[in-house]
Design a protein around this ligand. Structure first.
Ligand SMILES: NC(=O)c1ccc[n+]([C@@H]2O[C@H](COP(=O)([O-])OP(=O)(O)OC[C@H]3O[C@@H](n4cnc5c(N)ncnc54)[C@H](O)[C@@H]3O)[C@@H](O)[C@H]2O)c1
Length: 361
């Protein structure tokens, strides 16, 4: 089992990474179950149907109550949070209770927010089950939900007490969901670590066929980069912005497509547009775009997105909450060298979109 220590302003916690869940069962029982803490689990219907044995373990060994939400981004809203609060109050959750997220980024973000706000904060642990949540969303403290069509506009910073990552769970993912995670993995390579990009170029088929050593390597590399970044700027005032590479246009694509294009793929497409903007604004060598586009083609990540209405697409981008005035982007001067808060005009965005992922009408 691998361990990674996360230091943030508010807390220190550990991420445990393994290719099975067996050892974690004992750990979790020893840390929490043994003390008869009241334990509450939030999962989604897909995860619960694929991993019934784990749900049984929660129910029987941890005597936990389990609440199941409908899977997908559409659930990431206040109604679901309200249902979680009701589940907690109906079952007598108190200040000493523990809330466990068992699922992908949606379950993790929602459950973390519920843990942050229920009785002004109760214990929280995260068991991420998608590649996306294992390489990215399970650490960093950002929890929240979407509101009025704006991604993650309501939220808090709240850390888990521990994160248990088992790559075993990835075996039940669809290829599409693996690609979602790969979008974020490539982001980490681009913003911070060319060796990670090289590794994916040489080992993409072993990652797609879920070879355990490759998976554990990429999970650990990505989380180490994220850990370093949040240790420097937990509240996302400056340096942490680099994690948003590809996200400004990516969030626009998620909203514009009514979430039919998933987060990771949207970010991957957003990165292509951001690479073109980087060429225009920061003289990024054009070979990098070709290198990444080729890698997308090999992996099966789309390289095109159709924008029907540029005005509403731009609206979605502008309402990305990270843009306080003007449209600010994280761009690249080179692989591993980011520039944050680069102000970009609508004309520049249109031109970059036309020269990268779409034919704008
Ligand atoms: N908090 C952060 O720092 C952060 C960072 C990145 C992304 N996010 C958020 O994460 C979300 C995306 O995460 P995601 O891609 O995990 O989405 P998700 O949680 O919607 O999961 C994707 C799909 O996979 C299914 N699934 C989950 N685990 C499975 C498993 N082991 N086997 C089979 N199916 C499984 C889910 O039921 C769902 O249908 C977005 O809401 C995004 O905003 C948050």
């Amino acid at each position: 089992m691998e361990e990674l220590k996360i230091d943030s302003l508010q807390a220190e916690y550990k991420v445990y990474i393994d290719n099975s869940f067996e050892e974690f069962k004992t750990y979790i029982y020893e840390c929490y179950g043994r003390y008869s803490k009241k334990i509450f689990i939030v999962t989604d219907d897909r995860v619960a149907s694929f991993h019934k044995n784990i749900i049984d373990y929660f129910r029987k060994d941890l005597t936990a109550k389990v609440f199941t939400i409908k899977n997908g981004e559409e659930s990431k809203n206040y109604d679901t949070i309200s249902d979680v609060y009701k589940f907690l109050t109906d079952n007598g959750a108190d200040r000493d209770s523990l809330l466990i997220a068992f699922g992908g980024g949606v379950v993790g973000d929602l459950t973390g927010f519920a843990a942050a706000t229920y009785m002004r904060g109760i214990g929280f642990i995260n068991i991420p089950t998608t590649l996306m949540s294992q390489v990215d969303s399970s650490i960093g403290g950002k929890v929240g939900y979407n509101h009025n069509g704006i991604k993650n506009i309501i939220g808090a910073f709240y850390n888990p007490e521990a994160v248990y990552i088992s790559t075993h769970f990835l075996k039940t993912l669809e290829k599409q969901e693996l690609l979602d995670g790969l979008g974020e993995i490539l982001k980490y390579g681009l913003i911070r670590n060319e060796a990670l990009l090289d590794f994916i170029e040489s080992n993409y088929s072993s990652i797609l066929s879920l070879e355990e050593d490759s998976l554990i390597y990429v999970v650990k590399e990505c989380l180490s980069i994220k850990a370093e970044t949040i240790a420097e700027d937990y509240k996302d005032i400056g340096f942490r912005n680099i994690l948003n590479f590809g996200h400004t246009i990516g969030h626009g694509i998620e909203i514009d497509s009514n979430y039919t294009i998933t987060h990771g793929i949207s970010v991957a497409l957003g990165m292509l547009a951001a690479l073109k903007l980087s060429e225009e604004k920061l003289q990024l060598p054009p070979q990098i775009y070709s290198r990444i586009e080729n890698l997308y083609i090999k992996l099966g990540i789309p390289i095109r997105y159709k924008v029907d209405n540029f005005a509403s697409f731009l609206y979605a981008i502008k309402h990305d909450k990270k843009n306080s005035d003007g449209i600010r982007f994280v761009l690249l001067e080179d692989i591993g060298l980011c520039r944050i808060k680069v102000v970009v005009s609508e004309k520049d965005i249109l031109s970059a979109l036309q020269r990268s992922i779409c034919n704008v009408k």
